[in-house]
Design a protein around this ligand. Sequence first.
Ligand code: AMP
Length: 286
Amino acid sequence: MDILTSVAPTQSLTASWRREGLRVGFVPTMGYLHAGHESLIRAAAAENDRVVVSIFVNPTQFGPNEDLEAYPRDWERDRGICRSLGVSLIFAPDAGEMYPGGFATKVGVRGLSEVLCGRSRPIHFDGVCLVCLKLFNVVGPDAAYFGLKDAQQYFVLARMVKDLNLNLTLRPCPIVREPDGLAMSSRNAYLSGPERKAALILSSALNKAREAAEGGEREASRLTGLVSEVVATEPLARLEYAQAVSTDDLSEVSEISGEVLVAAAVWVGKTRLIDNFILPPVGGAG
Ligand code: AMP
């Protein structure tokens, strides 16, 4: 397994693979890898000849009062996981390599970036688009793998790939959960014992809404109302939003018809957690 921290050697290594006719799969991450990331790496390995994982805690997607400095890191463990899963290359640049002096370019997807999580994180998706566009240009993958845990991220990036005619396929992958249902996330490491128990309210609330939808409820406000009612029963949790949106453009829907994303964010103490489900499911059971 190669480990590279600079752009130029990464571009030449992946270019040499493409010249040999090898298919390259790419999994962008911020490290502190868990079973959710592992599922993306496995999906990439199943469909490609080479798998590249990037590990980069991208400063441009964190707001001024967010957890950039505190974001958990464990380089040795991440390297071991990548090696054991047969990853060919870890690209692990630092911020100076990605954003050298004089860097001045902005990228963004209007509309889709401004709803759901974008309301409270106004610069987040522009930062995600910027870093992913750069990473796609560095790695040159045939396919890139994203978890539906961050469903809005996937739909924003899919729009960018389409709008800019980027020559790669995005693959959405199902949410991986802890045995009790909590969606896996590097940020779960912030939770204290009591907060970890309280965090379960998010997946429980979404499950209630999903069951109602599967039972025939078609009114979006009933489903999101159920989510807020259930979250309100947990004193340690505070709902930021629960919304039902069309997966086409992430615009709010009033009726469940076509493909609908039901997404929610809750605060448990100082930790912000997100989760969602899609009706009907895409990319496997979410
Ligand atoms: P991150 O390291 O949090 O930026 O995540 C890197 C990739 O892993 C993103 O595509 C995430 O959506 C994906 N991911 C994170 N958590 C999960 C999970 N629980 N299940 C599936 N994919 C996940």
